[in-house]
Design a protein around this ligand. Structure first.
Ligand SMILES: C[S@@+](CC[C@H](N)C(=O)[O-])C[C@H]1O[C@@H](n2cnc3c(N)ncnc32)[C@H](O)[C@@H]1O
Length: 327
């Protein structure tokens, strides 16, 4: 299972969570339990780790991997941390929380849910396939301006309009149901260099898939709600560590420092060291930020944060100053 997903920045996570035996800790994105295991080893034998995960298959792997009397596995969304901790009687008593955002290698490569452009699969992309609507629905139902909006804002894609228009044109003939079909449409609606140059091709497709995944799972809204729920259930002086994997996530996480009652423990995010990059190249986009709860949170700040109204969130700035001709 180790090969399926290697946990990212484990030493840094443990250091900033400042864990001690006997503490109550939440792993809000348990995935395959990599961080859960490391956290449990620090708080065992009398501590408690609440491992929350939206994807049931991942949670089953985590349960097999992590052995510990004090680890509780919960198939839920981190947006419900308030309810979860209330039910367990630990609301306001949590010492530390980890959010490892993004997606696991397992979901990308082995779930069969169309998260990756590398396999030909049905376009589902839901973390919990029992909730919400699959990517297939959005791709075949959204208007061209709506699709353009998500590609531009959630994928930061230059060719957002062209891709959106091609999708709408294509689906009049045939419903777009698979990653293979989507890849072909996307690559045929951008300049030829994106088909010929492997690096550009991969980057573009990864951005398209990122945008759709954010839309399908309402990821930015969920992250904002989850982070606030996390702060609320922490005790005073409790720690929150967040690892993000793309600029939209990081821009959002960064805004936590503006909240009253929250102290940022790092001025700049930490990134993986060379050692980690060599054995886990997937960690290359990781950015770790850490916060401490200093006191009461302010309702106005929370409202502002969860409505994603802080500057820059979802704002697209073109990355290239030059134009690429079609060819
Ligand atoms: C990067 S992976 C976590 C990997 C994990 N730390 C490990 O070491 O195996 C992110 C996980 O967050 C989960 N996730 C996404 N949205 C969620 C939500 N709203 N609530 C709980 N889990 C969520 C995904 O299903 C995925 O398994």
């Amino acid at each position: 299972m180790k090969e399926i997903h290697k946990p990212v920045m484990v030493d840094e996570v443990l250091r900033f969570m400042a864990l001690k035996p006997g503490q109550v800790v939440i792993d809000a994105t348990a995935g395959l339990g990599g961080h859960t295991k490391a956290i449990w080893e620090r708080v065992a034998p009398d501590g408690i780790v609440i491992a929350v995960e939206k994807d049931l298959e991942s949670l089953r792997f985590a349960r097999e991997r992590v052995e510990g009397d004090g680890v509780v596995f919960i198939h839920e969304s981190y947006t419900n941390l308030g309810k979860i901790t209330e039910f367990l009687g630990i609301k306001g008593k949590v010492d530390a929380i980890l959010f490892d955002l993004g997606i696991s290698s397992y979901l990308l490569e082995h779930s069969g849910r169309g998260f990756s452009f590398k396999q030909d699969e049905y376009l589902d992309m839901r973390f919990n396939p029992e909730e919400g609507l699959p990517a297939d629905h959005y791709i075949n139902r959204m208007t061209a301006p709506q699709l353009e909006h998500i590609f531009r804002n959630y994928g930061e894609i230059r060719f957002a309009r062209s891709i959106a228009e091609s999708i709408v044109k294509h689906r009049k003939r045939q419903r777009i149901k698979t990653t293979g079909m989507l890849n072909e449409i996307v690559l045929n609606s951008v300049p030829g260099i994106y088909r010929r140059n492997q690096k550009l091709k991969k980057k573009l497709l990864a951005q398209v898939y990122q945008a759709l995944r954010i839309q399908v799972n309402k990821e930015l809204e969920s992250i904002a709600t989850g982070l606030v729920e996390g702060l609320k259930v922490l005790k005073e002086e409790g720690r929150m560590v967040v690892i993000s994997y793309h600029s939209l996530e990081d821009r959002l996480v960064k805004q936590l420092k503006k909240m009253r009652g929250v102290e940022a423990l790092l001025k700049k995010p930490l990134t993986p060291g060379n050692d980690e990059l060599s054995y886990n190249p997937r960690s290359r986009s990781a950015r770790l930020r850490a916060y401490k709860k200093m006191g009461e949170l302010n309702e106005e700040d929370i409202d502002h944060f969860t409505r994603l109204e802080w500057d820059n969130i979802g704002h697209n700035r073109p990355r290239f100053a030059y134009a690429v001709g079609k060819g």
